[in-house]
Design a protein around this ligand. Sequence first.
Ligand SMILES: *Cc1c(COP(=O)(O)O)cnc(C)c1O
Length: 444
Amino acid sequence: MVDPRRHVPRTDVVLADPRLAAATERAGRAAVKSAVVATLQRVRDGALKPDDVVDAALAALPGGLRPVLNATGVVLHTNLGRAALSPAAREAVVAAAGHTDVELDLGTGRRAKRGRTALAALQQAVPAAGDVHVVNNGAAALVLAATALAGGGREIIVSRGEMVEIGDGFRLPDLLESTGARLREVGTTNRTALADYERAIGPSTGFVLKVHPSNFVVRGFTSAVPISALSGLGTPVVADIGSGLLEPDPLLPGEPDAATTLAEGADLVIASGDKLLGGPQAGLLLGSAPLINQLRRHPLARALRVDKLTLAALQATLTGPSTPTWDALRVSPAALRARTAQVLARLTGADISVELVASDAVVGGGGAPEVTLPSWSLSLPSEYAAPLRAAPTPVVGRVDRGRLLLDLRCVPSDADSVLTDMVIAVAAQLRSATGSALPTGPVD
Ligand SMILES: *Cc1c(COP(=O)(O)O)cnc(C)c1O
């Protein structure tokens, strides 16, 4: 038996590794050193191979969200942070990270409206809105509207077909009731009529809520009441459209958008910033000027306000060029195939058994559940999935029928070579672990 302790590298030698030296710049020497010391102890305990010390120490560094390559084919993946920011938005975030004029008019030297340029950009993008406001996320926007317009036990009238769960166990009805508003459910799961709303309206009505069922579809014997009909009921209509599409887009014909919803007569539209808008996490409120003013002046608004980084990213997203979200949604299957074939050629050249297969990508983020985007993927044995997630640049793919699919649709094209390097490194790792050729396995 070889005593693994004889092969424990010295701490200073490990710390001199260029990747750990770079991490020291980011995380500080104390954090990196203690990660290395803890990792070397695992080698002494025989739990880690000496060759893996640097990777393990990097992975053990405290804090820090790690950038990953999203090869899942899910454009807005909630677990991967939904929308990736555009280069313009990233630059804006970095520029705003220090002191910035978020609440100061540099001309007069006086206090100015917080985030006024981002708000102006949002209003310009949706001229139908009398005014706009931005909070932390879509849920915060709902909470603010419910508290300000129906708090203190007033009623929110909502169809039973729109009592949705958004994900991770969060249910809109619970969220709304947590504000002290009462829900007045009308209609049934599949059918709700205008008369149902009419009967429910009374002196204690706060508003009528219309929720876009963004992550499921009800089909068959169904009917719902359009906003245009609800807007004639004489009570405010709040529409939660979910996705943050500002105007209609032919690629996603089933997705409601802010401009059309306002034109149909909604008094207030609520949407997320990090779904189809392709921006930072934020809750967008667009609507009539008096209503927006009422929300902005409510004491709760202060607790839900967005930080300067969000405002910077939002403005750059609204005024800048196309976002990674829309680049990924719009990329042509032919271009994607050609790109994937280039990666395939490098991998095959490295003696890796991999195939190019047709696959389906989706919008994700609880949006457009019925839309599939024809895509192409690299198909690898599923044994690659875990080590690729643990790679120095983690690559997250999707395991489908026993194969790991890597869809380059949401991978920045300048990261193809990094992705390729990661796959080659994992192949070598798997080869040395099995001491033989890789499991190749047929497709299906
Ligand atoms: C996503 C979504 C929400 C929640 O928005 P967050 O920004 O995630 O808080 C609320 N309503 C609908 C219809 C949604 O699709």
